[in-house]
Design a protein around this ligand. Structure first.
Ligand code: VGL
Ligand code: ZN
Length: 198
């Protein structure tokens, strides 16, 4: 089947996961690889300006966006150090990717204190739309995914995209992870589940 209207989903490429409280392995390198991938998908667009790039190749950003008292934080009974608190530098998308962001293609998750949300599929944009809503509107068949962390939010997002019927391509060089072995195991299991590892 031919690929129709491909899109990229960037999961949690946020400072706390790159060099902050939950800094992940390979995260800085993953950001550079994500930019390289975007450039490779838009070769003829380089001089056309960023708005035009997004018209031909939509880039959807998923962002962990926690209140300061979120239940996933250790001090509140969770397993993680405080991270990606709303309004902080740690919760901001890496500056190399910021030029590609658009409000309607930015999806926030983990906003409710009581609920942990690893999947980007549960995130919403400012109009209340989900990734699935937008990808359907775009009439997308194939979704590329990069981001942090492989074992948690990336995996959960890929699996939900797959369940929703999209063909999912995971850009393996553009991933950050908590643990090298966990990363490899997650890639293997995702491949077994029909996710295409690029
Ligand atoms: C994530 C831990 C806590 C992730 C988010 O993006 O993988 N991990 N919150
Ligand atoms: Zn989180």
């Amino acid at each position: 089947m031919t690929i129709k209207n491909p899109a990229l989903t960037v999961v949690d490429m946020l400072y706390d996961f790159i060099d902050g409280s939950l800094a992940c392995l390979n995260a800085g390198n993953a950001v550079n690889e994500a930019v390289k991938f975007i450039d490779s998908m838009t070769p003829a667009q380089e001089e056309a300006g960023e708005e035009d790039i997004l018209d031909t190749f939509p880039i959807l950003f998923v962002c962990d966006h926690h209140p300061s008292d979120h239940s996933s934080f250790k001090e509140n009974g969770g397993i993680w150090p405080p991270h990606c608190v709303q309004g902080t530098h740690g919760g901001a998308v890496h500056e190399k990717l910021q030029p590609y962001m658009k409000e309607e293609l930015t999806f926030l998750k983990g906003c409710d204190r009581a609920v942990e949300q690893y999947s980007g599929f549960e995130a919403r944009n400012s109009a209340g739309q989900s990734l699935g809503d937008i990808l359907e509107l775009l009439d997308t068949t194939d979704v590329y995914v990069c981001g942090i962390a492989t074992e948690f939010c990336v995996r959960s997002t890929c699996e939900d995209l797959k369940k929703a019927g999209f063909k999912v391509h995971l850009i393996s060089k553009a991933l950050g992870y908590v643990d090298e072995e966990g990363h490899r195991k997650a890639l293997k299991e995702m491949a077994e589940n029909g996710i295409i590892i690029e």
